[in-house]
Design a protein around this ligand. Sequence first.
Ligand code: CND
Ligand code: ZN
Length: 364
Amino acid sequence: MKAAVLYEPGKALRLEEVELDPPKEHEVRVRIAAAGICRSDLHFMKGEAKITLPAVLGHEGAAVVEQVGAGVTTVKAGDHVILSFVPNCGRCYFCTMGRTNLCDTHAATGANLFDGTTRLHKNSQRIYHMGKVACFAQEAVVPESGCIPIPKDFPMAQAALIGCCVTTGVGAAMFSAQVQPGSAVAVVGCGGVGLNVIQGARLLSASKIIAVDINDASLEFAMRFGATHMVNSKAQDPVAKIRELTGGLGADYTFEVFGSAETVEVAFNSCRKGGTVVVVGLAPLSQRAAIDPVALVRFEKTLKGSYYGSSRPSLDMLRMVDLYKGGKLNLDDLVTRHYKLDDINKAYDDLERGAPGRGVITSF
Ligand code: CND
Ligand code: ZN
């Protein structure tokens, strides 16, 4: 089957034929229907984050079940599923306490499947599976716990987005920050994930939602998802502007959704006393943000990270499905670009250029 393989950071993804072995116990073979173009994959391509190589990237996907391995009971051939990039073991400390997005077994096995091996290979060379999803390919073998069944009439491109940017963004507002009605929110970085923080904050009845980006088109686009104010941080000092828009106080909640030390500092410094700073973006491994420890203490700010929106993916993705069906989440307008798998490198060039909304591969 055809897949986009990363062999070396800094080089284009190589589109080639690779072999995919049948699913083992508690694994499922799926045919990919849609795969979102998320910046997390780009971090690996640029060497800003590390993954064992060669690897098939892609962690935001929706698919149709083709074949199930031994012991699989929760899905069957023909089912439509959202793929989770944190499938969970159900038994480790974090799964037991209900924080399934932090599953230790998943972290320990990384880009292998749960048994520590890969199903992907090219002749004798092993190929790794990003997030145990690896959906930049025609097919994938994924853990059963990474398959979340959805109704067959649910649109697949929108389902794929629930696999990452929707659950990550809406979850950051809903579960990590628990945004209160009437509050002021600032979102630094308004791409696929940031737009969902914005619509999550709107859903939770924030009264002021300040979109911050370096790109005017992305700011205009954010207004359609609930932003009430726009700040272009290339043209204006974002910290001063957020303070000005909040009566000098700073925002109740600030979200960093680009992934850099600089934007983490903007989020920290534009949050009011007693407010909450949520970091969603994944900064390059070499960077360290300068956080004033005295400001943290004297201003009683809460600084927290948010992985997969602090969600329990298999439960909370179904909430996103229902919120979309109830007309409360706009996933249709999020999808601004459709690509063929063959054009994946172009899709990432468009992301780098700052094209608004989310690109999705829908032709394999
Ligand atoms: P995408 O590239 O779509 O959006 C980033 C946005 O940030 C774009 O609109 C840029 O114009 C904007 N931007 C760039 N520089 C600045 C700046 N200096 N100030 C303000 N805005 C800026 O990326 P994405 O939405 O796919 O992903 C955003 C981050 O979230 C990225 O680091 C990704 O790896 C991370 C992420 C985290 C998680 C998680 O579970 N925490 C899940 N998925 C993605
Ligand atoms: Zn993602």
